[in-house]
Design a protein around this ligand. Structure first.
Ligand SMILES: C[S@@+](CC[C@H](N)C(=O)[O-])C[C@H]1O[C@@H](n2cnc3c(N)ncnc32)[C@H](O)[C@@H]1O
Length: 227
């Protein structure tokens, strides 16, 4: 991905931090809203997956505002929140405080593709809506890192955008303009997945994937290390 596109995406998310959760809580995604209730319902389905699959020492990467923390906090003994955005991490700190887990939470401002963390230290790695912003080669690099960070019996939970007819006329992959509530526009790279894409990625990522939620808008996929 070219550096200026990456820079634009990083700025976009940093500037969007204060309004980011609206997609989950108000069903208000950037771009055309088809049906807010659908977004909210799908977010609840993903929250259920987070409750069921996230436990122990968790790495939430990249964490954004830490929206999913409220659903895994009670199951986790240690929490690591990673994001490139200072504003997102500030929101994440607020969530950790609100849910009483700040003392067991570590905040890391870093590039998720080159994250400086200890090998084999996580029971769970949560990857929410990140793979859809990176290219195939970046995904391979990312999984190379994550495989080392997971404990041998660890588990990954991936949440991302599903490629379905509810996406309307959007392309499956490409650059697109996103608009903030105040009207500022940013170019970003966005792709959508189907469950079968994870079969294809299984080999290159060294993981066995299982689709747990195949919804109208979102996908939830667990991954374990391949033998
Ligand atoms: C769509 S948000 C998802 C946030 C959260 N995981 C969720 O599911 O709500 C994408 C996040 O990825 C972060 N991000 C994008 N590229 C990154 C990178 N290379 N390293 C670290 N964070 C990155 C952005 O700052 C943003 O917070």
């Amino acid at each position: 991905m070219n550096p200026s596109l990456r820079q634009s995406m990083n700025e976009y998310y940093d500037e969007r931090a204060a309004e980011f959760d609206e997609i989950y809580t108000l069903g208000k995604p950037p771009g055309t809203v088809t049906d807010p209730e659908l977004y909210k319902k799908e977010a609840r389905s993903l929250a259920h997956l987070v409750r069921v699959h996230c436990r122990g020492s968790i790495l939430d990467i990249p964490c954004g505002t830490g929206y999913w923390l409220q659903f895994y906090a009670a199951n986790c003994s240690a929490i690591t929140l990673v994001d490139q955005s200072e504003n997102m991490l500030r929101e994440g700190r607020e969530k950790a405080r609100k849910h009483g887990v700040e003392p067991i939470t570590t905040f890391v401002e870093a590039d998720a593709l080159e994250v400086p963390l200890e090998d084999r230290s996580f029971d769970t790695v949560l990857v929410g809506f990140f793979l859809s912003h990176v290219t195939d080669s970046q995904i391979a690099l990312f999984f190379n890192t994550l495989r080392n960070l997971l404990k041998p019996d660890g588990r990954m939970l991936i949440l991302d955008s599903n490629w379905t007819r509810y996406r309307g006329s959007r392309p499956k992959e490409g650059t697109t303009l996103r608009t903030l509530n105040d009207g500022r526009k940013f170019e970003i790279y966005k792709r959508y997945f189907e469950g079968t894409d994870f079969d294809r990625m299984s080999e290159t990522c060294g993981m066995d994937f299982t689709v747990r939620h195949d919804g109208k808008l979102y996908l939830g996929v667990t991954g374990t290390l391949r033998d």
